[in-house]
Design a protein around this ligand. Structure first.
Ligand code: ZN
Length: 265
């Protein structure tokens, strides 16, 4: 069973950033219409519905103990689903480092949504600014195009589907070239951007999904729910067993033929 944890900023608190705060206050009514109990609850409900008996899904938030990312929470997480927007800077460096280490060293999966692209853990894992040069608030539509129809994350998804209302971002977005590009998006103004990107870092798998502005009903949409569940399955990398090398190998040096001896033992 896949243990997924949905981590999010609780939407009750607005950003400290003046421009973002003004925007979020203007959109407050729509935010709470779509996500009255927080965006993490709706993302969690979608995963529970889609994964069924395959998954065990829990939630945690920035305002919880140790910012919702205590070592014991991460230790019990196979795939972490991350939504953040206005409060990215509030995350402590220590919590960000714990997430990065879990991905790289333990193989925890990471699904990063929308403005989580600018979160500390994602930026550290990418090694770039992860910023976009242009964006537009309003009632754009977003057409999501599948460009990797054989990929596990696009399974069951149409060649193109439309999110009726979304925030527009466009290229250039400062991320590394993805290992797999699964979706690209186009918007009402003709803009385009990469919107479904897979990365591998250390032992972990990372999927970035661009849609998910909090004033829109994106996470209620069936296609989006299916994509997130597919991504959780793809990012899940169970620990190899038996750990036939690491458990018995005390030194880090490999003498001639070491792996043959280990295999024979
Ligand atoms: Zn947004």
């Amino acid at each position: 069973m896949i243990r997924a944890t949905v981590w999010a900023e609780p939407l009750g608190q607005m950003s400290a950033h003046p421009a973002l705060r003004a925007l979020q206050e203007a959109e407050r009514a729509r935010i709470f219409t779509h996500y009255p109990e927080g965006i993490h609850r709706v993302i969690c409900d979608g995963l529970v519905h889609e994964l069924g008996a395959e998954g065990s899904v829990s939630t945690t938030t920035l305002d919880d103990c140790e910012q919702g990312l205590a070592p014991e929470v991460l230790a019990a997480t196979d795939v972490l689903v991350w939504w953040s927007h206005g409060r990215n800077d509030e995350l402590s460096d220590e919590a960000a480092e714990r997430v990065v280490r879990c991905v790289r060293e333990r193989g925890m999966g990471l699904i990063v949504l929308h403005s989580g692209i600018e979160s500390k853990p994602f930026r550290q894992l990418m090694g770039t600014s992860c910023q976009t040069e242009r964006w537009r608030h309003g009632d754009d539509y977003e057409a999501v195009w599948t460009v990797a129809p054989s990929h596990a994350i696009s399974e069951g998804i149409a060649p193109v589907f439309v999110i009726p209302h979304e925030e527009m971002w466009c290229e250039f977005i400062d991320i590394p070239v993805p290992d797999d590009l699964v979706f690209i998006s186009s918007f009402a103004g003709g803009e385009i951007c990469r919107s479904g990107c897979c990365f591998r870092r250390g032992k972990g798998r990372i999927f970035y999904f661009r849609p998910g502005h909090e004033a829109h009903a994106t996470f209620h949409q069936a296609e989006v729910r299916r994509i997130l569940a597919n991504a959780v399955r793809w990012a899940y990398t169970p620990a190899p067993s038996p750990a036939h090398f690491a458990d018995r190998w005390e030194g880090k040096q490999g003498s001639l033929g070491w792996f043959q001896r280990e295999a024979i033992d």
